[in-house]
Design a protein. Structure first.
Length: 171
């Protein structure tokens, strides 16, 4: 699986540009992905904060992750402008019958595919070798462009899940 995405990020955005990542509970079909890309493109063209245009970016990565980015060096992003992006995400949820707000569902790369695992099953997966220190994890809590570049897709051993690995290695 090709996990290269850095080249898709806007090069003219500051490293501190804010990032929001919404993970779908399933892979979108090609038709759905094309529709979503159109919705995101239309949103970014009209994205505003207190009447000023937001220098924004939004796209679908790996057919499953909706990413918004706002470079606040030009215009700060207000609560209202953030709310407008959340409204779009909720519309996408309803239209395509997916869940984009389940933070208890974690994404890993396993056997060249993105696999979803409920947080409640992490200990079982580690204990039984389904997740190892080198398993790649999508850290959707990144907050900036630089953080996304450096820390979005990381080995489990470099994520907050490393404490779970330590517990099971001590057993």
């Amino acid at each position: 699986m090709n996990l290269s995405y850095h080249h898709l990020l806007p090069t003219d955005f500051h490293d501190d540009a804010r990032v929001w990542i919404y993970q779908s509970d399933r892979l979108f079909t090609m038709s759905e992905a094309l529709n979503i890309e159109d919705l995101l493109e239309g949103f970014v063209k009209g994205w505003q904060s207190h009447g000023d245009p937001v220098k924004g970016f939004a796209t679908l990565f790996f057919g499953q992750f909706i990413v918004f980015m706002a470079d606040e060096t030009a215009t700060g992003v207000s609560g209202c402008s953030t709310d407008s992006s959340v409204r779009l995400v909720k519309q996408i949820e309803q239209r395509f019958k997916v869940n984009l707000f389940n933070r208890q569902l974690l994404a890993f790369v396993e056997k060249e595919k993105i696999q979803m695992l409920p947080l409640s099953q992490i200990d079982y997966a580690i204990k039984n070798g389904f997740i190892a220190p080198h398993t790649l994890y999508f850290n959707n809590t990144v907050l900036t462009k630089k953080d996304m570049i450096d820390n979005w897709i990381v080995p489990v051993s470099q994520s907050w899940l490393k404490t779970r690995l330590a517990v099971h290695s001590a057993e």
